[in-house]
Design a protein around this ligand. Structure first.
Ligand SMILES: NC(=O)c1ccc[n+]([C@@H]2O[C@H](COP(=O)([O-])OP(=O)(O)OC[C@H]3O[C@@H](n4cnc5c(N)ncnc54)[C@H](O)[C@@H]3O)[C@@H](O)[C@H]2O)c1
Length: 238
């Protein structure tokens, strides 16, 4: 498979290493210094593009790939306000797009556990629910995209929670998300249900970036010859 890497930072480099190990070829590497090379002709040399840049550039990079007719995997977080616009464009132009707030197999299993736990905790209002995430200090967005996904899953199943908040809040309809930035930390997420009687906590700890990079390459292999909008749930058959 021929891959275009959009963003050649920590994730771009980790993805390159896994992609080469799996027998793929990197035909284009784009970063800020050569952003002008992201032309339709160059993108069309690739079977699929993998985008890991920043909250500020993800939307326009993804749109450029879709406009070139190249299937695109996006892992950049912190730009979800524009996700629906991308989905609409993709549907209208019969494109191929896969976004995941977290590509690791472990986190996607953790998402399924989070949904089930939220269902079980719904009839128990004595438990206060909260989410905490810890990442390295270079991370630009807070809360993490993964924490937002976890929060959306809790809101879907725990009826007493109406919205999530990043600020300390005692409103029982709010789900607090606490973000911590400490080096080095590739990503820790904890969902806590706490009452006077006991506490139930589920935690996922990433030890390095390999899980995200492997998942992104698996997603690219999955998306290459498909049309439509997909998620890691389909890639992993969860
Ligand atoms: N979904 C996941 O599983 C997952 C996992 C880890 C990180 N992330 C997210 O991926 C993104 C990148 O993470 P990272 O750790 O590689 O960051 P990084 O800062 O190490 O790398 C980002 C790279 O993108 C480049 N870049 C910025 N703007 C660009 C533009 N307009 N065009 C081309 N390149 C541009 C930067 O120069 C940098 O080299 C972040 O949003 C992060 O939150 C997602």
């Amino acid at each position: 498979m021929k891959i275009a890497l959009i963003g050649y930072g920590k994730m771009g480099k980790a993805i390159e290493s896994i992609a080469l190990q799996r027998g793929h070829e990197i035909v284009l590497k784009i970063d800020v210094t050569n952003a002008g090379d992201m032309t339709t002709a160059n993108l069309q040399k690739a079977d699929v593009a993998i985008e890991f840049t920043s909250p500020h550039s993800a939307f326009s990079n993804v749109m450029t790939c879709l406009q070139a007719g190249v299937p695109v995997i996006c892992g950049s977080t912190g730009w979800l306000d524009k996700l629906e616009e991308v989905n609409q464009y993709c549907r209208q132009h019969n494109g191929s797009f896969l976004y995941a707030s977290n590509f690791s197999v472990g986190v996607n299993i953790f998402f399924e556990i989070n949904k089930r736990l939220a269902e079980l905790m719904n009839p128990h209002p004595d438990y206060a629910v909260s989410i905490e995430e810890t990442h390295h200090t270079q991370k630009l967005d807070a809360p993490s995209g993964t924490a937002v996904t976890l929060a959306e899953q809790v809101l879907e199943h725990v009826e007493r929670k109406k919205t999530f908040t990043y600020h300390p809040n005692t409103d029982p309809s709010m789900l607090p998300i606490i973000s911590k930035r400490i080096d080095p930390a590739p990503g820790i997420h904890t969902v806590t249900y706490s009452s006077d009687i006991d506490t139930i906590e589920i935690t996922h700890t990433a030890h390095n970036r390999h899980g995200f990079a492997t998942g992104a390459v698996l997603a690219a292999e999955f998306l290459k010859d498909k049309k439509g909008i997909f998620s890691m749930k389909e890639v992993l058959g969860l």
